[in-house]
Design a protein around this ligand. Structure first.
Ligand SMILES: O=C(O)CCC(=O)C(=O)O
Length: 321
């Protein structure tokens, strides 16, 4: 056990000293493909490229008036929560759930109007199913995927393309994805808190019952448990999922002391910038009001790095202190 603890400490120290550093690298122009491949993709390093898509018509055009004109009456999928956390932890009657958002259909004009109400529930267009491609064809010509060719040789095309727009109170809680991500901010800004995959050693995780927000007729939200309908053995038991227990905005170090060693990186991505976020980097995201973003998710490679991560994940499940 002592050996394993020493090895994990060595991993954290070396990874931080040799390859992670204390800040996200910022570039002021799109790198050549070979430079992107060598310095960022191959090293699993995030990088922000300032003003890389500033020339996209979207950056000039996509304001409330334009969206209302082009999409005003169109019904869209919008997530609604009482607290801004559309996939996050919340307590009800002493039970802590991983809670999915209420999904509502509303037209763009109503959505924009609701964003102007700072007191109501919190709305976010954040359907992560390539919704830009399926739901927003009217906006397709305002971006140019050819500008992402610098990364094409490294990434598995075609990507899923997602559209994000919401309230400044909407927060994406800490998680990781099995995708390499080119995240383009179109309007406003996003604040990212990032942790490299090996920090799984310091990030507390737990299985939580899954719930989904619903509303009473009065408008009051409640959490409805989601049952496990797939497994014959556990039918009618709550579905459970693993989620990260810590909120990096208010970390409870007395409960999770190891998180104090995690050294998160923070970066603001402004309108016209691209963040390259490699797969399995943990991320937590906040935004300015009515921030709009389009991101491109490329299937990750399940290579030796993935196998190493899985091994590490299993090792720390054994609760080594
Ligand atoms: O913009 C957000 O709120 C979350 C983005 C995210 O989690 C992602 O692109 O993987």
């Amino acid at each position: 056990m002592e050996n394993i603890t020493a090895a994990l400490n060595e991993l954290l120290r070396e990874a931080n000293e040799l390859c992670i550093g204390t800040e996200v690298v910022i570039l002021d122009k799109i790198p050549e493909s070979i430079v992107f491949a060598r310095d960022y993709y191959a090293k699993n390093q995030p990088v922000v490229i300032r003003n890389a898509v500033k020339h996209w018509p979207a950056v000039q055009k996509w304001n409330s008036a334009y969206l209302k004109q082009v999409l005003g009456k169109k019904l869209l999928d919008v997530t609604t929560t009482p607290n801004g956390y559309a996939d996050g932890l919340a307590k009800q009657d002493g039970t802590e759930y991983f809670v999915l958002p209420l999904e509502e259909k509303m037209c763009m004009s109503d959505f924009l109007q609701k964003l102007d109400d700072p007191t109501g529930p919190i709305h976010y267009i954040q359907k992560q199913n390539s919704n830009f491609t399926t739901d927003f064809p009217e906006l397709a010509d305002d971006i140019n995927i050819k500008d992402l060719d610098f990364a094409e040789q490294c990434l598995n095309s075609p990507p899923l393309v997602n559209f994000w727009m919401g309230d400044k109170r909407a927060v994406t809680s800490m998680h990781k994805d099995p995708f390499d991500n080119l995240y383009c901010v179109i309007s406003g800004y996003k604040n990212f808190i990032l942790l490299p995959p090996h920090q799984v050693v310091n990030i507390p995780r737990q299985l939580y019952p899954v719930g989904k927000y619903q509303r009473h007729e009065s408008g009051q939200f409640y959490i409805e448990p989601v049952l496990n309908v797939q497994s014959d053995n556990n039918k009618n038991e709550p579905l459970r999922t693993e989620w990260i227990s810590i909120d990096p905005l208010a970390p409870d170090f007395s409960k999770y002391p190891k998180f104090a060693n995690s050294q998160p990186l923070q970066v603001r991505v402004n309108a016209g910038d691209i963040l390259f976020l490699p797969n399995f980097w943990f991320h937590h995201v906040q935004q300015s009001h009515k921030c709009i973003a389009v991101n491109f998710w490329y299937d990750m490679e399940f290579d030796s790095r993935y196998c190493f991560f899985r091994m590490l994940e299993k090792l720390v499940e054994t609760k080594i202190d």
